[in-house]
Design a protein around this ligand. Structure first.
Ligand SMILES: C[S@@+](CC[C@H](N)C(=O)[O-])C[C@H]1O[C@@H](n2cnc3c(N)ncnc32)[C@H](O)[C@@H]1O
Ligand SMILES: Nc1nc2[nH]cc(C(=O)O)c2c(=O)[nH]1
Ligand code: SF4
Ligand SMILES: [Mg+2]
Length: 252
């Protein structure tokens, strides 16, 4: 697989494996299931580079260790939660995420996949938690956390794949969770929904506005504006409970 450089050690050849950045137990902080105790599996590596990415060590500087699927399952079983959240980075760039999802379904877990919506999974998923990336996420030179905008063009070209989004919404119970930086993001959201709704049903209650902010300090600046926008447009607001509770601590 082409992502082996993104994790320490080498990819095992004898069983499906994932580059794991962290595996932890927390409360689901975002979306329809906010507040539900869940085990999180965070894979490393992403096909996008949002300037605001709150998981820098899965995207801008991917880090993690390869772990066989059996070992991941053992760790998940050990946590004792019914709900499992597969996230990243972008978990669906790894074929082994599909193996993990299949095995989790066989064991009776409820699975949520946190995805940017550019890759269609071929596996059982209970909730596709899709966060399509808006123009305001693009790492232009002034916002690039690492370089001087080297990723802007690739990010811009990849961030919306309407076919992939429509297929995910058609196949899976879904929520569309937009990261909102301010009122200027809204026309892009409504335009995207118009195009998507020509192909598939997306209910307003499954459209969520989430304030941009990896820290409490930043959320203090964004959350009320985003709450007002949710009321104005009739979409749902989602908090970032984990940031309210634990700020930007790893493993939360
Ligand atoms: C780190 S991403 C991993 C999953 C996938 N790559 C994606 O973007 O959906 C997990 C969630 O955090 C959101 N996110 C990342 N950085 C954020 C920030 N600074 N403020 C608000 N949400 C953020 C993403 O939009 C996504 O919903
Ligand atoms: N508590 C908590 N809830 C989350 N929901 C989605 C997360 C993610 O990073 O995908 C996340 C996370 O990182 N922590
Ligand atoms: S798509 Fe997700 S993981 Fe990738 S850079 Fe954006 S927020 Fe981070
Ligand atoms: Mg997170």
């Amino acid at each position: 697989m082409s992502h082996s450089r993104e994790a320490a050690g080498s990819e095992p050849e004898d069983e499906p494996a994932l580059p794991i950045n962290e595996l932890f137990y927390s409360l689901q902080g975002e979306g329809r299931l906010a507040g539900v105790p869940s085990t999180f599996v965070r894979t490393s590596g992403c096909n996008l580079r949002c300037w605001f990415c709150d998981s820098y060590h899965t995207s801008w500087e991917p880090a993690g260790d390869w772990m066989g699927i059996e070992e991941v399952l053992t760790k998940i079983d050990g946590r004792g939660a019914d709900h499992v959240v597969i996230t990243g980075g972008e978990p669906l760039i790894h074929d082994a995420s599909e193996v993990l999802l299949t095995r989790l379904a066989e064991r009776g877990y409820h699975t949520t996949v946190e995805t940017n919506g550019t890759v269609v999974p071929d596996a059982p998923v209970d909730l596709a938690s899709v966060s399509p990336k808006l123009a305001s996420s693009t790492p232009i030179p002034e916002k690039d956390p690492k370089g001087e905008g080297e990723w802007a063009e690739r990010h811009e070209a990849r961030r919306i794949d309407l076919d992939a989004l429509a297929t995910i919404c058609e196949r899976y119970d879904h929520q569309l969770k937009f990261v909102v930086t301010g009122p200027d993001d809204m026309s892009e959201i409504t335009d995207l929904l118009t195009r998507l709704r020509e192909r598939v049903t997306v209910r307003d209650e499954d459209v969520l506005l989430m304030p941009e902010g990896a820290t409490r300090e930043r959320l203090d600046e964004t959350r009320n504006t985003v709450a007002d926008l949710a009321m104005e447009y009739g979409f749902r607001y989602t908090p970032r409970l984990h940031v309210d509770l634990w700020n930007d601590a790893p493993g939360t």
